[in-house]
Design a protein around this ligand. Structure first.
Ligand code: GLY
Length: 348
């Protein structure tokens, strides 16, 4: 069957089975805008993980000057990507188990409804910008590994060694400490290195026109198996934007988030009318509900950390974490500040 024949066949079949004309069938596919926004913010709003305190201020300042929401959010997270002292993102991020820094990032641009991402990208300091190039210059949503690097190099990104002296030192210590039965002599016992951070930066922004964007960037789980990809580059998990509703994103255990499409779910919760904080908490409830038994404590609570950050079209924002004691950064229209996150479980 030719392409045209097939289309006509499907059109006819839809009309017959649904008992409606094709024009009416098209209406069935309209976006379900259950939550009707009752306005947009007077000033730009930005919310991020706590490491984005400088970033939310920068993004808000740029949006106030008229910069596009995605461009501004990426300028915000780039501060962390380029900061060698942020060990969870970009340059200086903690490496995989072979000592190689592999970065993940993704972004969405509300006004054009486009998305882009890169995963397991090596040698490029700013994966968030490469993700934006995927969004802008390709018909694809996600490029990975060597292909992602070649794509970045073709646009003039510089290949650099992302492992700083401090990150290399941590990796060498981790390798020596990870087990008693391997060939590495453990000269400096250090239990703290067995803890594996999954630091990341997520940022979600809305401007006074009601345009929304989101971006998440990370070096992923420290000491990961080479090629492991977390939630950050997965559109709908690490971040998600719907320009009619809002945006959300995450930090923490990526595997748990991917399994519920957490950023998408949080936006859908806002579509049902929930405040961003409640929407994020509801997603965490779902994560806790579906978590495997091996990841729960003796009271049935997840043993891992996971946080969501969300903003709606009105400019309301909120953050929530699996466990108490966490916070996030927000530019609330007036100032950049750190705000306590809501939580599902209280630490004993
Ligand atoms: N959330 C970051 C990661 O799991 O890679």
């Amino acid at each position: 069957m030719s392409k045209i024949d097939r289309r006509e066949f499907l059109g006819a079949a839809a009309g017959v089975t649904a008992g409606v004309t094709v024009a009416k069938t098209e209406k069935l596919f309209a976006a379900p805008a259950v939550h009707i926004s009752n306005g947009t913010p007077d000033n730009p709003i930005a919310i991020s993980s706590t490491n984005g305190l400088r970033g939310v201020a920068r993004a808000a300042e740029l949006m106030a000057d008229g910069m596009d929401t995605l461009d501004a959010a990426i300028e915000g997270v780039k501060i962390q990507e380029l900061d060698p002292n942020d060990r969870s993102v970009g340059y200086g991020g903690l490496p995989n188990e072979e000592g190689v820094v592999q970065l993940d990032a993704s972004c969405m641009h509300g006004p054009t409804r486009r998305a882009g991402g890169v995963a397991a990208l090596e040698g490029i300091k700013t994966p968030s910008v490469v993700a934006k190039y995927v969004l802008k210059y390709t018909d694809h949503d996600l490029l990975v590994g060597e292909g992602a690097k070649r794509f970045a190099l073709s646009y003039g990104f510089q290949e650099e060694d992302l492992l700083t002296d401090a990150s290399r030192e941590s990796w060498l210590k981790w390798r020596a400490n990870r087990g008693p039965n391997d060939d590495w002599v453990n000269a400096e016992p250090d239990e703290t290195l067995l803890y594996r951070p999954t630091g990341t930066i997520n940022m979600n922004v809305v401007n006074p026109a009601g345009d929304i964007s989101s971006v998440t960037t990370t070096s992923g789980l420290a000491w990961k198996i080479p090629g492991r990809v977390g939630d950050s580059p997965i559109i709908g998990a690490g971040q998600y934007t719907d320009n009619d509703i809002g945006a959300a994103g995450s930090t923490g255990r990526g595997e748990a988030n991917i399994e519920v499409c957490g950023a998408f779910l949080t936006v859908e919760n806002m579509r049902r009318g929930m405040h961003p904080t409640d929407a994020a908490l509801e997603t965490l409830r779902r994560v806790a509900h579906v978590s495997e038994a091996r990841l729960l404590d003796d009271r049935g609570r997840p043993t891992f950390g996971l946080s969501f950050y969300a903003v709606n079209k009105n400019g309301e924002s909120g953050g929530a974490s699996m466990w108490s004691g966490r916070n996030h950064a927000v530019f609330d229209g007036q100032e950049a500040r750190v705000r306590d996150s809501a939580y599902l479980f209280e630490r004993d």
